[in-house]
Design a binder for this molecule. Structure first.
Ligand SMILES: NC(=O)c1ccc[n+]([C@@H]2O[C@H](COP(=O)([O-])OP(=O)(O)OC[C@H]3O[C@@H](n4cnc5c(N)ncnc54)[C@H](O)[C@@H]3O)[C@@H](O)[C@H]2O)c1
Length: 264
């Protein structure tokens, strides 16, 4: 057994019906954790949970809804027997030039990416702190983005929300330490991964005239990346397993770039 082993831990992963979140749920399960797959996409999310096996479960969760968080955490604690790991992964990206900004689209990104993560931290703390229904401390991993660390055109509001996730992470780690919650809080900054969101972004920035084609946009990203390739889902899920595990026991309030060096 290594310090990356998660046997006996209970995890909740938001936005886990597809993409990076699905990969994170699967990697946490492979490391030994029982996982609650949380998403607004009930059919897909339930399929992911079923594919992981009988120890795992699906919970419906819209991360922008405070009351829904309380219910989802309660269901997770009661079905899995506790909560030790929370991954705030759910996110949306709506590409737009600032000059064409649509207030409703900007608000959606703020609500899901920023408010959703803040509410997740709130309910994670309430459950995991001493005296909470889980009560044994734990780990929160937030999913920011390389977009929080560079200036990529077409994603101004998205980038701002991810910079906000970075700050939420630091303040949350500080409050947890000061108030003795026993919860480490870190974030990752993924580079571009060709999930539905990543592939959509490449198409969008080409449509907006920022690049000649989606392929040219991808080449530009790869050209800025010392490792010379796009990210893969497993690159992100391995980093989440590390931060969730005892191997990262003295890593707290940190942001880990998982971007092949693009954001340095
Ligand atoms: N793919 C990339 O290139 C990339 C890069 C950096 C960061 N990220 C971040 O990684 C995370 C996952 O991205 P992805 O590429 O897997 O995206 P995706 O679009 O493939 O999946 C996002 C998931 O979040 C869910 N979701 C959306 N709104 C929700 C809500 N209100 N409540 C609960 N779930 C909700 C969706 O149903 C979906 O299952 C996001 O936070 C994203 O910003 C992605």
């Amino acid at each position: 057994m290594t310090s990356l082993d998660l046997t006996g831990r209970r995890a909740l992963v938001t936005g886990a019906a597809q993409g990076l979140g699905e990969g994170m749920a699967s990697a946490l399960a492979a490391a030994g954790a029982k996982v609650a797959v949380a998403d607004v996409q009930d059919d897909l999310g339930a399929k992911v949970a079923a594919s992981l096996g009988r120890d795992h479960t699906f919970v419906h969760l819209d991360v922008t809804d405070d009351g829904a968080w309380a219910t989802a955490v309660e269901q997770t604690v009661s079905r899995l027997g506790g909560l030790d790991i929370l991954v705030n992964n759910a996110g949306v990206e709506i590409t737009s030039l600032i000059i064409d900004l649509d207030a409703a689209q900007a608000s959606t990104q703020l609500q899901v990416n920023l408010l959703g993560t803040a509410l997740g931290i709130k309910h994670g703390f309430r459950a995991m702190r001493p005296g909470g229904p889980a009560g044994a401390g734990g780990v929160i991993v937030n999913v920011a983005s390389v977009a929080a660390t560079i200036a990529f055109p077409g994603i101004a509001v998205y980038s701002a929300t991810k910079s906000g996730v970075d700050r939420l992470t630091r303040v949350a780690a500080m409050e947890s330490g000061r108030l003795g919650y026993g919860v480490r809080v870190n974030c990752i900054y993924p580079g571009l991964v060709p999930t539905a969101m990543g592939a959509g972004l490449a198409a969008d920035v080409a449509r907006l005239g920022l690049f000649g084609s989606p392929e040219e946009a991808v080449s530009a990203v790869v050209g800025l990346t010392p490792s010379g390739r796009l990210g893969e889902v497993s690159d992100m899920s391995d980093a989440v397993v590390f931060l969730a595990s005892d191997a990262a026991r003295f890593v707290n309030g940190a942001g880990l770039p998982v971007d092949g060096g693009m954001g340095m």
